[in-house]
Design a protein around this ligand. Structure first.
Ligand SMILES: Cc1ncc(COP(=O)(O)O)c(C=O)c1O
Length: 347
């Protein structure tokens, strides 16, 4: 039986979810040999991140399959962006939503989920700075098995990657089939794998795909260690789900918190572009890739969210200093890199 999502709330009520997608694509740099790095700015989606795309796809498919009934209860283990997307859509559709978070979730994201009426349960002790992904996942599973909630299980749910089909179509509409490189963060793998699969299906056969994870995350190998980049990567001991399809990703790179966060801060100061911490890491690695790319490459970097979500951390000087993350050497490196990429030899 197909359930119409529109039937869940009044026909005349506003549906912000109708504005998901068609996010801007901006050119960050054009090199002297004709290559371009374009940023897909997913912070312009409702709830300010790419994850609303997959949240919608997971709910739509669960409804279509009859797994989620009117007035039902949704749970998810989340670092915040998936949870904020689910919270908004559950408010629109009349579901109860419970988010399981740890102290890595940005305060702004937690407040945002609560504003949409979500119940937010923090599984870590006060002051504990470590990721507790496996504890969050275990609790979500228990709520689903023992109390009848529907767990969207983003790491194992292929509706997650299907949520990015439109993103790939938007890129092909804007750029054609000559997209040569895609660079994106990898958490669940939904955004990079869903976008890649559709781009290749649409005829982008030259595409080289680079996944970026925090140093200390174990998706592309260990050793594991704590990191502060939020939403991206997988800490040691947490599930690497099947949504990460390794066969679709050509290169797996690591990026340090210092590189990611100082790049985000640099872009805000020098280019008036506020991106989140994971996007800082993606852009840092995209610029390194651009150095090696053949002439006339068209490289796209996925920006999962905006810097406004990280004013208490990445964009807070005291927080950065307390965590020994300020690194002027990275600003110098980026200055040199931008100069090298945009200055003709001999000039
Ligand atoms: C800020 C941020 N960056 C990157 C990611 C990784 O995206 P994906 O789960 O699609 O791999 C997420 C996922 O929640 C995120 O919130």
């Amino acid at each position: 039986m197909t359930i119409d999502a529109q039937a869940f709330c009044g026909q005349n009520s506003p549906k912000l979810s109708q504005n998901i997608g068609n996010t801007p694509l901006v050119e960050l740099i054009k090199t002297t040999d004709g290559s371009r790095l374009l940023l897909k700015l997913e912070q312009f989606n409702p709830t300010g991140s790419a994850k609303i795309r997959m949240a919608k796809a997971m709910l739509d498919e669960a409804q279509e399959q009859g797994l989620l009934k009117p007035g039902g209860w949704v749970v998810e283990s989340t670092s915040g962006n998936t949870g904020t997307g689910l919270a908004m859509l559950c408010a629109e559709r009349g579901y109860r939503f419970t988010a399981l978070v740890d102290n890595h979730a940005a305060k702004e994201k937690i407040s945002n989920m609560k504003a949409f009426g979500a119940e937010v349960i923090c599984v870590s002790e006060q002051g504990c700075d470590e990721l507790s992904t496996h504890v969050r996942d275990d609790m979500a599973q228990t709520l689903a098995e023992d109390q009848g909630a529907f767990w969207t299980a983003q790491h194992r749910n292929f509706a997650n990657s299907r949520g990015y089909i439109d993103l790939a179509r938007e890129l092909v509409t804007d750029l054609g089939k000559d997209i040569s490189h895609l660079v994106a963060a990898v958490g669940t793998g939904g955004s990079i794998c869903g976008t890649t699969r559709e781009l290749r299906d649409l005829g982008c056969h030259q595409l080289e795909v680079t996944g970026v994870e925090p140093e200390g995350s174990v998706i592309f190998g260990g050793p594991g260690k704590p990191y502060h980049q939020s939403g991206t990567g997988t800490p040691e001991g947490a599930e690497i789900g099947p949504v990460i399809e390794y066969g679709l990703i050509d290169n797996g790179l690591k990026v340090s918190d210092q590189q990611a966060f100082n790049t985000a801060r640099y872009l805000a100061k020098k280019y008036a572009l506020m991106v989140g911490g994971s996007a800082g890491g993606v852009i840092y690695q995209a610029l390194q890739q651009l150095k090696k790319a053949p002439a006339n490459s068209t490289m796209v970097a996925l920006v999962c969210d905006g810097g406004e979500k990280y004013l208490d951390t990445v964009f807070n000087d005291d927080w950065m200093q307390n965590h020994q993350l300020i690194a002027p050497a990275i600003d110098n490196e980026l200055d040199a890199l931008f100069q090298q990429l945009t200055t003709k030899q001999g000039e």
